[in-house]
Design a protein around this ligand. Structure first.
Ligand code: ACO
Ligand code: KIV
Ligand code: MG
Length: 570
């Protein structure tokens, strides 16, 4: 099995594409990845993913596009201030305000980079930018000069490079290196290239541009034809020493080159590539799981490296082979990518050490004492209701999906009753408590218990958000399996994702809905939007004990039982 280099020897960032002895991982999960519909993250979620990327050992984190919004600016700033290790980078058009926004947002980073780009292909110049060839070169040079005035590390991207005339591409690249660009990125923006094109264009540009040895060449491939990883590897073969990629392959349209796939391809086929990344491969799985958890998008079962089936064998012949020697059917060891092997069964008799060990294995890093205390208390409460605690249960406990992990709103009491065939079909009553001391009780009806619960919460928070997506799945098997709910809410220009986990699926849904509402309120406050929700409850207050439905102290915990009436105190 492959050894993964952890060599931290400093090497010059400038000095020619082939000068370096490693392939730099430029992770754009938080910029290109987050840009895709349904993947937006709030400040806290981006911060957590960035910390995980630092643990993974990526060289550069592209943290966002600061000029895009106040929220994006704030996220880049937070990451620059709090995340140590990787270079922190922000994207900018060739516009002074965009470049200045990156310079300001990344000012407190340990090491930082300004990434400037412009479309160079005929279709981008003519139909999008409405600029001549000369004007594009001028804008590119001016953008790089302005960025270099603020920061020594400047990347320039020729957007849509693979549909750009090679002569013109060389002209742009030479001009921006002369202006001070230290990394040159040739993106396949629309996922059109095939590996031969990539090898040819990299060889041409790196061979023909006279000052090419003063920059590191980078590849950024999209997956429209399913070729993003193959094309990125072809670029490495041609001399690129930076790969731009995103965890789980998320990104515009069909996504970007998957970070985990390119790292493991280089590691597993070291005999072929003879060049490595500096990533700690054992952090791949926790990073992938964290991203799936904060975005609400799980990876497909058969996804390379991180899918549930990536190391699973059901066919007898395969099982027999793997028992004798795992390498008969496995080209990588699961532990090398951080997939945990479970020897210890967690249940209500398990102690702190066993729980902490499993949780840290799944998280990829140690928890603070406070985090461990809270997660362990929740684990014990769950173990009282469930015989066996699965890895997914532990993940939900440590990733903060339990009720009340987000503020300002918290569910104090929750009651729902159903009346199939009757009118209304379901009624829910919630009592929410705000950190400012307000306590609001609202009742609402719906076509089912979930709709009634969402309506009651929306009325109590006073935020008229639109439900963009809702899903609930079982984590683990069995009658006592927990339900994991994901909710995406849109309001004004904001989009947020929330999760909730509970043995009661209706309560899991309500928790996810409130989690998203809390994130919406926090994100809106951070944006300082003039349309910020007033958080003024709507509808009549049903907190009067004479009119409010009774709230029993405990709730049924069997989601499969289809209980017509449920109530709980959180
Ligand atoms: C391939 C990629 O991934 S590129 C990065 C894509 N990411 C994003 O777009 C981030 C999110 N974007 C945004 O929030 C907004 O588009 C903003 C804030 C950046 C700009 O918003 P607006 O000012 O309203 O402009 P809008 O998005 O409608 O149009 C883009 C403008 O930038 C121009 N432009 C596009 N790329 C560049 C560039 N690299 N350099 C200079 N100008 C550019 C376009 O020609 C257009 O100009 P116009 O307004 O004169 O027609
Ligand atoms: C901004 C650039 C690097 C990009 O995302 C692309 O061209 O796909
Ligand atoms: Mg892209």
């Amino acid at each position: 099995m492959t050894e993964h280099s952890q060599d931290q020897t400093p090497e010059p960032e400038v000095g020619g594409a082939t000068a370096g002895d490693h392939v730099r991982i430029f992770d754009t999960t938080l910029r290109d990845g987050e840009q895709a519909p349904g993947f937006s993250m709030d400040n806290d979620q981006k911060r957590r993913v960035a910390l995980s990327l630092a643990e993974l050992g990526v060289d550069v984190i592209e943290a966002g596009f600061p000029a895009a919004s106040r929220g994006d600016f704030r996220s880049v700033k937070t990451i620059a201030e709090e995340v140590r290790g990787p270079v922190i980078c922000g994207l900018a058009r060739c516009r002074d305000a965009d470049i200045d926004a990156v310079a300001e947002a990344t000012a407190k980073a340990e090491r930082r980079r300004i990434h400037v780009f412009i479309g160079t292909s005929p279709i981008h110049r003519r139909d999008k930018l409405e600029m001549t060839e000369d004007a594009v070169v001028e804008a590119a040079v001016a953008g790089v000069r302005r960025a270099r005035a603020a920061c020594d590390d400047v990347e320039f991207s020729c957007e849509d490079a693979f549909r750009t005339e090679p002569d013109y591409l060389c002209r742009v690249v030479e001009a921006v290196i002369e202006a001070g660009a230290t990394t040159i990125n040739l993106p396949d923006t629309v996922g059109y290239a095939v590996p031969d094109d990539v090898r040819r264009i990299f060889a041409q540009v790196m061979g023909r541009v006279p000052n090419a040895d003063r920059a590191v060449f980078s590849t950024h491939c999209h997956n429209d034809l399913g070729l993003a990883v193959a094309n990125s590897l072809a670029a490495v073969e041609a001399g690129a020493r930076q790969v731009e990629c995103a965890v789980n392959g998320i990104g515009e349209r069909a996504g970007n080159c998957a970070t985990e796939e390119v790292i493991m391809a280089l590691a597993t086929r070291a005999d072929h590539f003879a060049i490595q990344t500096r990533a700690n491969t054992r952090k791949i799985y926790p990073t992938s799981r964290l991203l799936a958890s904060v975005t609400g998008h799980t990876v497909q079962r058969n996804k390379a490296i991180v899918g549930e089936n990536a190391f699973a064998h059901e066919a007898g012949i395969h099982q027999a082979g793997v028992i004798k020697n795992a390498e008969t059917y496995e080209i990588m060891r699961p532990e090398d990518v951080g997939v945990p092997r479970n020897q210890i069964v967690l249940g209500k008799h398990s102690g702190r050490h066993a729980f902490a060990q499993r949780a840290e294995m799944l998280l990829g890093h140690a928890m603070t004492r406070e985090e461990l205390d809270r997660a362990f208390a929740n684990f014990k409460a769950l173990a009282d209701r469930k015989k066996v605690i699965t890895d997914s249960d532990v993940e939900s406990l440590v990733m903060g999906h339990e009720m009340g992990a987000q503020t300002p709103w918290r569910i104090k009491t929750f009651q729902v009753s159903t009346n199939q065939g009757g009118e209304p079909a379901a009624t829910a009553t919630v009592c929410l408590v705000h950190t400012d001391g307000r306590e609001v009780t609202r009742a609402a009806t719906g076509n089912g218990p979930i709709e009634a619960a969402f309506n009651a919460i929306r009325s109590a928070t006073g935020i008229p958000a639109r439900l963009a997506d809702f899903s609930v799945r079982s984590i683990g098997a069995g009658i006592d399996a927990q339900g994991w709910a994901d909710v995406r809410l849109d309001w004004s220009a904001l989009s947020v994702h929330g999760s909730g986990v509970a043995t009661d699926v209706v309560f899991a849904g309500a928790s996810a809905y409130l989690d998203a509402m809390n994130r919406l309120e926090n994100k809106s406050a951070a944006q300082d939007s003039p349309e910020r929700p007033s958080a003024t409850p709507t509808g009549p207050d049903v907190s009067d004990p004479d009119t409010a439905p009774a709230t029993p102290a405990d709730a049924p915990s069997d989601p499969a039982a289809g209980t017509p009436s449920k109530a709980m105190t959180a």
